[in-house]
Structures are given as C-alpha cells and as structure tokens.
Design a protein around this ligand. Structure first.
Ligand code: NAD
Ligand code: UDP
Length: 332
C-alpha cells in the first residue's frame, strides 16, 4: 500500500465530497479510520448525503469553491469536484470548466506543497464518442472540442494533462481514474442521467424517455464497486503514476436498460422516444484489465441487483414507502 502498511491514518481532502460519488468515498474513508476534509460548494451536492458521518470527529465539512486557494494539512487529495451529468454541466458549463481547470490547479498546488498523494476523478468522456470498443487507457479518444459536451470532456482532458504535468515536473505521486457511468443512492432524482430518469418515470408510471432509437450503449457500475476501486487507487502503491479505467464491463443498450428498470420496479410503462442529444456517444464500455491487474479490483454487483439496492433511495426522495409505487397511489 502507498501509505505504510495500509493501517496508517491518513488525512484526506475530498473535493466534491457532498456529491453522489464523493459522499460515499467520504463515508468509506471515515469508516476506515482516516481523517476527512470534505470541500464542496454544493452546486450539485447536498450536505444530507453526509448525514452518516457529519458528527464524526474525524470528519470536517468545508463550504468553499475548489477554485479558491486551499490551505490544509493533508496526506492525500481526491479531486472530484465537478458537475457530472450532461444536464448539470449544460447549465453550469463555465463553472464546470473552472472546477476542472483552476480547481485542478488549486488542488495540485496543495498536493505539491504538502507532498500529498493526488487522485484525479476523470471520466470515460475523455474518450468522447469512441471509435474503439472496449476503451483501453491508451486510446486517445474522439472528442468534439466545440460541441455541447466539450465544457466537460475537454476540461477533464485538460485536468488529466495538468495532473500528468505536475507528476513530470515535480515528481508528484498521482493517479488518474477514468470513471465510467456509475449509479446508486445519493444520485439526485432530477440530475437528468438515465438511471434516475428511468427509475423515477417507472415509479410514477410515466413513459420512459429514450433518446434516439435507444441502441446506444453504456456500461453501468454500482456505487459500492466504484468506491472500492477509487479507494484502492488512492492507496495502492502500484497505481502511482497510472491512468486507470474504473467501471463495469457489462455493456447494455439504453432500450434494454429501460426494460430492465421496468422489470426491477415492477411496472410496464410506455417508451417515449425523444431526439438524441448532439454528440451523444454511441458505445461505451471500459477495458478494466489494468485496474484488475494493479488494484486486484473488479465490479461484483450485477445491474439488476444494483438497481434493486438503489430503488429505496429514490422511493425515499419521492416520499414513498418501501413497497409503494407512486402511480398506484395517485393514479389507481
Ligand atoms: P455530483 O454532481 O453528484 O458531485 C459533484 C460534487 O462536486 C457536488 O457535490 C458539487 O457540489 C461539487 N462541486 C462542483 N463544482 C464545485 C466547485 N467549484 N467547488 C466545490 N465543489 C464543487 O457528481 P458525481 O457523479 O458524484 O461525480 C463526481 C466526480 O466523478 C466528478 O468529477 C465527475 O466528473 C466524476 N465522474 C462521475 C461519473 C458518474 O457516472 N457519476 C462518471 C464519470 C466521472
Ligand atoms: N438517456 C436517455 N433517456 C434519458 C436520459 C438519458 O435515453 O432520460 C440516454 C442518453 O442519451 C445517453 C445514455 O442514456 O445515451 C446515458 O446518458 P447519461 O446522461 O446518464 O450519461 P452519459 O453517459 O451520456 O454521460
């Protein structure tokens, strides 16, 4: 392990720690006995996501923008702060570019000054609309630099370039994880991503909105698997200096996903086809051979099981009891 024998307490800054993935990472770090500083401006995150650890003496929440200068005593930095859903980065496009450029600079500078281990949360979007399937880390991608997704894709590519530059220039111990589509509790119902949309629509008995003809694919990773991968990447010595894909290899079309969600929710709904957003990637599937080899990691949660574990969270968000669907309540 990177930090001694792995049993050592580490002070970790998690930016974006009130968001979906960040909040689970903070909980995991506190549970493992580390001290966690969670820095977030709450533009897409919620403090409620941190309820399980908010009173823990090892946890501190800092309401701040990652683009401001940061001064903290830390041993590791995990930079996750950035809007992540196409709807969020569509409305917060400049903020997204700043979080991934200036925010990456601020966090790298902190890591450099404190000689801290640095993890960048990058994305499968660096591959754009890939011409190669599955995507290996060595693939350079196919990204439109001026399209509607560019604020996210290109700023994450810039963040990767800056992280690699700090490693080359200053010998900073870095790891870049390219996260593929992830889902689970703490996602916002209204974040516009496909799983929250479909789960909500199915629970409400409304048509499921499939963009395009639904033949485009994604590979969905359950949050517990993703956090395990990020945690290992942060601590594993063999990951130092590496770029690692993290995601589930099971590729599924969006139309198949719609039917799977209906099956899990126990509702037959219509499918409403809607226009495909510009530059929507056709296929996405990670090659995770490198993460398997270096981290000894692979996802273990099948899609149906992950969706079943996610359902209670969305029911709670909709104010429903565990056995209820909203349509049976309001539209008998
Ligand atoms: P999220 O929107 O739930 O979380 C992002 C968090 O960052 C939020 O709490 C938000 O308030 C915070 N934030 C944004 N800009 C900030 C700023 N300037 N200063 C401080 N805090 C700021 O998104 P998520 O799905 O949890 O994604 C977390 C990270 O993982 C992001 O970097 C994202 O690019 C990456 N990622 C996620 C996925 C996925 O499927 N969820 C896929 C690929 C990459
Ligand atoms: N999508 C869809 N219906 C929705 C939301 C999304 O068909 O209500 C599609 C979207 O066009 C894309 C896929 O589902 O092809 C995944 O979209 P998401 O926004 O979850 O993530 P992305 O991988 O595009 O960042």
């Amino acid at each position: 392990m990177f930090f001694g024998d792995g049993g050592m307490e580490v002070r970790v800054l998690v930016t974006g720690g009130a968001g979906f993935i960040g909040s689970h990472l903070c909980v995991r770090l506190v549970q493992e006995g580390h001290t966690v500083y969670c820095l977030d401006n709450l533009c897409t995150g919620k403090v409620d996501n941190l309820n399980r650890i908010k009173d823990d003496p090892s946890f501190r929440f800092i309401l701040a923008d990652v683009c401001e200068e940061i001064n903290l005593e830390v041993d590791a930095v995990a930079h996750l702060a950035s809007p992540a859903s196409p709807v969020d980065y569509g409305r917060l496009s400049v903020e997204t570019m700043l979080a991934n450029s200036l925010g990456t600079y601020r966090t790298l500078e902190l890591a450099r000054k404190k000689r801290a281990r640095y993890l960048l949360a990058s994305t499968s979007e660096v591959y754009g609309d890939p011409l190669v399937v599955p995507q290996k880390e060595g693939y350079f991608g196919n990204v439109n630099p001026v399209g509607p997704r560019a604020c996210y894709d290109e700023s994450k590519r810039f963040a990767e370039a800056m992280t690699s530059t700090y490693r080359r220039l200053y010998g900073l111990p870095t790891v870049i994880v390219r996260i593929f589509n992830t889902y689970g509790p703490h996602m916002r119902l209204e974040d516009g991503r496909v799983i929250p949309n479909f789960l909500r629509q199915a629970m409400e008995g409304k048509p499921l909105t499939v963009y395009g003809d639904g033949t485009q694919t994604r590979s969905f990773c359950y949050i517990d698997d993703m956090v395990e991968g990020i945690y290992r990447a942060l601590f594993e010595e063999k990951a130092e200096g590496e770029v690692l894909n993290l995601g589930n290899e099971d590729e599924i079309s969006v139309l198949e996903l719609a039917h799977t969600v209906m099956e899990v929710v126990g509702k037959e709904c219509e499918i409403a086809f809607r226009p495909l957003p510009q530059d929507d990637p056709r296929r996405r599937r990670p090659d995770i051979g490198k993460a398997r080899r270096l981290l000894g990691w692979e996802p273990v949660t099948p899609l149906r099981e992950g969706l079943r574990s996610t359902l209670p969270w969305f029911k709670e968000q909709l104010g429903l009891g565990p056995g209820q669907n909203i349509s049976s309540e309001r539209n008998p």
